[in-house]
Design a protein around this ligand. Structure first.
Ligand code: PLP
Length: 814
């Protein structure tokens, strides 16, 4: 891409205010953190419901970015950069993408539907790539933002496009149609589930079909309800497994680990073997087969390529590596677009100063090798990668283009040399095409633990934060509580995300937790709830801010700040209003005030109290009394000291139940992690943590046998059991055993039978089709921690924070 700013202004219908328009734009960005931003970048300041990228513009200008699409020029930045002022920056991005798309003329497949979009897209890419230079949506980039960003990736060498489109409400598809402009349409399916964004199913169908307004053909599963909405001028190419009037008729037979499809098309019959047995994969492969038939592929080619389809892994996963490394596992694809995304992700996640990239040959860039690797080298330099490990004979030839690069012709050569590479204390991005089998490298680099993982969805955390933000007055600040290792979900990774979201404060319980965050590079202000006096020196050393709750603590802290000759060191004053845990009682306030008056080594940054029952409206009167007492006492302090500290009392439940108690800041805790004490609110939140394990062993038991310690489960009918390697030492309470609780295997409930052991538990899988090695969900969306907490008479907080440190945390973005 090289388009002059001058030409972009009329496309966006923008009002230009700036320095010069004679600038070539070769990079579009909406991510303020991307190291790929430079002086030729055009940055679109997207405004979400609770997030406004205009706040990053100042930082970006100081990093050399010059061109911005905005709805207003932020204060004091006028004349500092080029501004294209528009009414709506998202629409502007879409307009630009649609303009850009019009510069190219080649076949484009547009895919939409409720499920399977990404898999069909990835499979078609695999099936068609030997014959075309394909541009496709990276990952699941199918939203109002994702689609324009995907299309902007087209370059002059591409000759085929595959893009997916996802919508959640009426009116969205028209925009996406204009950007994708598909010539071939695929409708994967339309779920019957009620979506909030649509009045009813027919509105949903009509909206989705808008993607196909101008296609030459629409490929879909034959379905009378849907066909009634398709305009007669649109040609369809349909398949079915029960309606012989479809253009292509499939009969399927499934075996242990593969299926055979008998296919009838235009009176010809043929057979294809598919390496899957589940319904969804079979449907997805049928859409692919129809596309190949439509594109006039011969049967041998179809059969050969379809038999090689593979499971699709779309997520970038962050894993703990050996020798204190952090791995970013993207070991299934290596195209230029997704490399850019992965490098941005690496920058956002990095926990170590040193960054290493392991990269295979790159396919399908549409570019000549020379040009391609020159661009890759540019990317690597701007992302400040310290070490590049090239694997593959093509990339090896260009290794001199990369600084500090080592190369291997094959993955096995790399593995042979592994011991000499000294991986330690670095973040490693592993990115390779499928056939390089980089999963072998991931296995080598991954820290060895047992097979239980707690997966943390970083997107869900952002969603939940934004949800609570939307409930606050715009000027209310947010402190996020990341105590107890982020409620069990991970300290640093979550803090880093919160820093990006510019929350105002972090809260931890003990100084050690704050020190860990500082050592990992977190610069946000951090309040320590329960600072022990012995930790005061390190609190100061690491620039942490203590909560002071007693005269004894206050005097001790003042003494240290005076010894160090500090002035105005920030502290937080905790008032007890009825929780009766920590805090100054009402009658000590005069003494507190007089000490504070006399000392300028410290400064009251905030005054806080804590509510005892904000989640339980039966204590409404008590809570309101706490709030008004806090107001009175804190006002007295501020009045007498003539200071203006931040005042705060609300935790998660109070944000919803007592909006009048926001004062200047709230302290968000459990809600961020996807749990609310209110059922309706829980529906608005996204699940963050999913605790997963696998089946170690399956056995069949006869009547009279027993399971586990003390023989607490007696077999009364022939029973198939599965053993799962997770137990009470991992944090699964024993009360959840003996028929009370269950796990999820293949989406079905498997009751826990017998007592939960220290490191294992057993479940009944008599009714479930499953095998050793299959995945098991201990908690997540279902069963939720709230469900478990209710059943065993505790609270979700305890379940989340009980998950032992030996359970590996894996962070991912969708
Ligand atoms: C833990 C904690 C919070 C957060 O509580 P949630 O109920 O998780 O929102 C707020 N304030 C203090 C003092 C806390 O200890």
């Amino acid at each position: 891409m090289a388009i002059s700013l001058h030409n972009i202004i009329p496309v966006l219908n923008a009002d230009f205010q700036g320095i010069e328009t004679d600038i070539h734009i070769n990079n579009i960005s909406i991510d303020s953190r991307s190291l790929q931003n430079n002086e030729n970048t055009l940055f679109f300041a997207i405004v979400g419901p609770n997030n406004d990228a205009h706040i990053y513009i100042g930082d970006l200008i100081s990093k050399g970015v010059k061109n911005f699409v905005v709805t207003y020029i932020p204060q004091r930045l006028k004349d500092k950069a080029n501004f294209l002022i528009v009414e709506n920056t998202l629409f502007a991005l879409q307009k630009f993408a649609s303009y850009y798309r019009n510069l190219f003329h080649f076949p484009v497949i547009g895919i939409t539907g409720s499920n399977g979009k990404t898999i069909v897209k990835e499979w078609l890419n695999f099936l068609l790539s030997p014959d075309y230079n394909i541009i496709r949506s990276p990952k699941s980039y199918n939203s109002q933002v994702g689609v324009p960003l995907s299309v902007i990736g087209i370059n002059e060498h591409h000759n085929f496009g595959i893009f997916e489109a996802g919508i959640s409400t009426k009116g969205e598809m028209e925009n996406l149609q204009k950007i994708i402009q598909p010539s071939i349409g695929i409708l994967t399916n339309i779920g019957t589930a009620h979506d909030e964004g649509f009045a009813d199913i027919s509105e949903k169908i009509k909206e989705k079909l808008k993607l196909f307004t101008n296609v030459e053909v629409l490929i879909l599963n034959k379905n009378k309800t849907i066909e009634a909405f398709i305009k007669s001028e649109i040609k369809t190419f349909t398949w079915s497994t029960n309606d012989k009037s479809a253009d292509v008729f499939f009969q399927k037979k499934t075996f242990d680990d593969y299926s055979i499809l008998n296919i009838t098309n235009e009176e010809k019959c043929f057979k294809i073997q598919i390496p899957f047995t589940d319904e969804a994969s079979l449907e997805n492969s049928m859409h692919c087969i129809l596309t190949m038939l439509y594109l006039k592929y011969d049967l041998d080619t179809i059969e050969h390529r379809v038999s090689q389809l593979f499971p699709v892994e779309m997520r970038l996963k962050v894993k703990k590596g050996i020798n204190n490394c952090t791995l970013i596992d993207d070991s299934y694809s290596a195209d230029f677009q997704s490399l850019k995304i992965a490098l941005d992700f690496l920058e956002n996640q990095k926990q170590h100063l040193k960054k290493t990239l392991i990269l295979s040959d790159i396919y399908q860039s549409g570019l000549e090798d020379e040009n391609l690797y020159a661009r890759v080298s540019q990317l690597i330099i701007s992302n400040k990668i310290n070490r590049v490990i090239c694997i593959g004979d093509i990339i090896s030839k260009y290794k001199n283009k990369f600084l500090n690069a080592i190369s291997y012709v094959s993955t096995n050569d790399f593995i042979d040399d592994f011991e000499n590479l000294d991986f330690a204390n670095e973040t490693i991005l592993i990115k390779g095409s499928r056939h390089f089998e980089f999963e072998k490298i991931v296995t080598l680099l991954e820290e060895k633990t047992h097979e239980t993982v707690l997966e943390i969805n970083l997107n869900a955390i952002s969603h939940n934060l934004n949800y609570y933000k939307s409930k606050l007055n715009p000027e209310t600040k947010i402190m996020v509580m990341v105590k107890a290792f982020g409620y069990g979900s991970g300290g640093f990774e979550i803090a880093k995300l919160l820093a990006h979201h510019k929350v105002d404060y972090l809260g931890v319980a003990f100084a050690d937790e704050g020190i860990e965050l500082r050592q990992a590079g977190i610069e946000l202000p951090i309040m320590v709830l329960n600072p022990e006096m012995t930790s005061f020196p390190s609190i100061i050393q690491y620039n942490l801010e203590p909560e002071i709750y007693s005269i004894r603590g206050l005097k001790a802290f003042i003494k240290i700040t005076e010894q160090k000759e500090l002035t105005n060191y920030p502290i937080h004053i905790k008032i007890n209003t009825g929780m009766n845990r920590l805090g100054f009682d009402d009658e000590i306030i005069p003494e507190l005030i007089s000490i504070l008056q006399k000392n300028d080594s410290i400064q009251v940054k905030s005054i806080l109290s804590h509510l005892a029952a904000s989640d339980d409206l039966t204590h409404d009167i008590f809570t309101k009394k706490q709030i008004s007492d806090f107001d009175i006492i804190s006002s007295k302090i501020t009045r007498e000291l003539k200071i203006y500290p931040i005042r705060h009392i609300s935790n998660t439940s109070a944000i919803s139940n007592y909006p009048q108690a926001q004062f200047d800041m709230v302290r968000l805790g459990i809600g961020l992690y996807g749990v609310s004490n209110d059922i309706n609110e829980t529906e608005e939140l996204e699940n963050v943590g999913t605790l997963k394990s696998i089946i170690s062993q399956i056995r069949t038991l006869d009547i009279g046998e027993s399971v586990g310690y003390s023989r607490r489960f007696m077999v009364e009918k022939p029973t198939k059991t599965a053993t799962i390697p997770i137990g009470y030492a991992d944090g699964i309470s024993r009360s959840w055993g003996n028929g009370v609780g269950y796990v999820l295997i293949n989406e079905q409930k498997a009751p826990i039978i017998g007592s939960i052991c220290m490191d294992m538990l057993m479940v009944d899988v008599t009714e479930i089709n499953c095998f050793e090695g299959n995945e098991v969900v201990i908690f997540g969306k279902n069963p939720s921690v709230t469900t478990i907490a209710k059943a065993i008479n505790t609270i979700p907080y305890e379940i989340l924070t009980s998950i032992s440190g030996r359970v590996k945390r894996v962070f991912y973005r969708e």
